[in-house]
Write a protein that binds this ligand. Structure first.
Ligand SMILES: [Zn+2]
Length: 475
């Protein structure tokens, strides 16, 4: 298509400043909902490029939106910039070496994620202006992807209500259209209350909240055999009642993370876990209260947009990695296990090739990889607006997510090439929608068919507000 060359040129024209933006964000790793400097950098960049900026969307201090253009359809491009705890790592070396003891690091590549999305939005803005086209492009700077479910709060607030289509991406080992598979999940805290007592002198007077948590866990672990095999349940003790074994523990608290294929399945599992908690309270003569901490929906695909994005990927070809990029990627691979590398191919649905360290072809359309058993808050966006995502090759094949190896590669020339490449894919897909209204119509029909029978109900209860101030690991 003739539009491709022009939009790619517009991406290239801005590439240096956005590579620098990505490197600056890499150098100031901030955790979920605490991305104050990173959000300010993104806001600055929006203003410098002439976007109309709305701060604190959905009341979240580190969420920002910029819009450009007038009239026409609204295309949203989604970015992130949160980092992870414990993944501080010196850039550009193939050995584990922290920059700061126990410091944070961009072990999921969100420095690239936000910068490429903002670069794509900037190029689309230029395209609209250069061609005098009606249409608006928006960049949504979304905080707290890692366990914060910020996009769910943004969606619940109606901040995307008038968006026609949304486009996103995530750093990956391979370039292709993101296979829309991810699980719905929720985090719920169960707090048990009993009665303290001297454990030796008056054990009969005590009622142990810790016993209740242990019985609840036993009950849930027995339930595992009888739940869908693609569901997942994990738990962590938040409060075991204290450190004194000679006191009957009067309080105890456990956090459950429950994942399921889709929202209805999730609701059924939650109800069963709640019954087990009630049963544990009954057995121990304690009481239990619950609090939903966060929740995300499963991800819906969109066939017309996936086809459009794939066509852009095919026109563009894989990122232009060179021999120096491949050599460093091989050094990173030398720190990985054979299993890491094999499972990277398997997850992408690509046949194993022993000699390649970086992606050298586009993942074919409709490739089925191993299902992604994690969750992402972009799922909620996909329930309210047609959404498509790219996966963009930015690191060595086999690199585990949330690893020091991933942080180490975040400022390499290969990462920059991947950033620019995926910005072209996203901007090209946006231009397709802006120049062909029929694509948006088809995308909306596809979306309606997927959501007609099960309309979206935000899985985050109304009384739950963004956990600003949290800094828990997640994802
Ligand atoms: Zn991520």
């Amino acid at each position: 298509m003739q539009n491709s060359e022009e939009i790619w040129r517009l991406v290239d024209a801005h590439r240096t400043v956005f590579e620098q933006l990505s490197d600056r964000i890499w150098g100031m790793p901030e955790l979920a909902y605490a991305e104050h400097r990173s959000a300010a950098e993104h806001m600055d960049m929006l203003k410098k490029n002439g976007f109309r900026v709305t701060e604190k969307i959905a009341g979240i201090p580190t969420a920002v939106m910029g819009e450009a253009g007038a009239g026409g359809p609204v295309i949203a491009i989604l970015g992130e910039y949160d980092a992870l705890p414990g993944l501080s790592q010196v850039a550009g070396i193939a050995e584990k070496r922290e920059m700061e003891p126990n410091g944070h690091g961009h072990g999921c590549g969100h420095n690239l994620l936000g910068s490429a999305a903002l670069l794509a939005a900037t190029a689309v803005k230029d395209y609209l202006a250069a061609n005098g086209l009606p249409g608006r492009v928006r960049y949504y700077g979304c905080p707290a992807e890692e366990g914060g479910a910020a996009k769910g709060f943004v969606v619940r607030d109606g901040a995307m209500a008038d968006v026609d289509i949304a486009i996103g991406w995530h750093p990956s080992a391979f370039s292709g259209v993101y296979e829309p598979v991810s699980l719905a999940n929720t985090r719920i805290d169960f707090s048990f209350a009993g009665r303290a007592s001297h454990a030796a002198a008056a054990p009969h007077l005590g009622r142990s909240a810790l016993d209740a948590v242990e019985l609840m866990n036993v009950g849930v672990n027995y339930m595992r055999e009888h739940m869908p095999s693609d569901a997942r349940i994990h738990y962590a003790y938040l409060d075991a009642g204290g450190i004194a074994p000679n006191v009957v523990q009067a309080t105890a608290k456990v956090r459950y993370l429950i994942r399921a294929r889709d929202l209805p399945e999730l609701q059924r599992l939650i109800a069963r876990v709640r019954k087990i908690a009630d049963g544990a309270a009954l057995m121990t003569e304690t009481t239990v209260t619950t609090k939903v901490i966060s929740a995300v929906s499963n991800l819906l695909g969109n066939a017309p947009l996936e086809q459009a994005m794939h066509a852009n990927l095919r026109r563009l070809g894989p990122p232009p990695f060179d021999e120096a990029d491949r050599a460093f990627a091989r050094q990173i691979q030398a720190t990985l296990s054979e299993e890491d590398i094999l499972s990277s191919f398997r997850r992408a649905g690509m046949p194993y090739k022993p000699d390649i360290s970086l992606c050298d072809e586009i993942v074919p359309a409709d490739t089925k990889g191993a299902p992604m058993v994690g969750s992402t808050d972009i799922g909620d966006v996909s329930w309210v607006v047609p959404l498509v995502q790219a996966r963009g090759a930015t690191y060595a094949i086999g690199t585990p997510g949330h690893s020091w190896q991933l942080t180490a590669q975040g400022k390499m020339p290969a990462a920059h090439k991947g950033l620019v490449h995926v910005a072209k894919v996203m901007a090209g897909t946006a231009v397709d929608a802006l120049t062909d209204p029929a694509l948006i119509v088809r995308a909306k029909e596809d979306h309606k068919a997927r959501t007609d029978r099960t309309p979206y109900v935000c899985p985050i209860p109304d009384d739950v507000t963004p956990p600003i101030g949290m800094s828990s690991p997640g994802g």
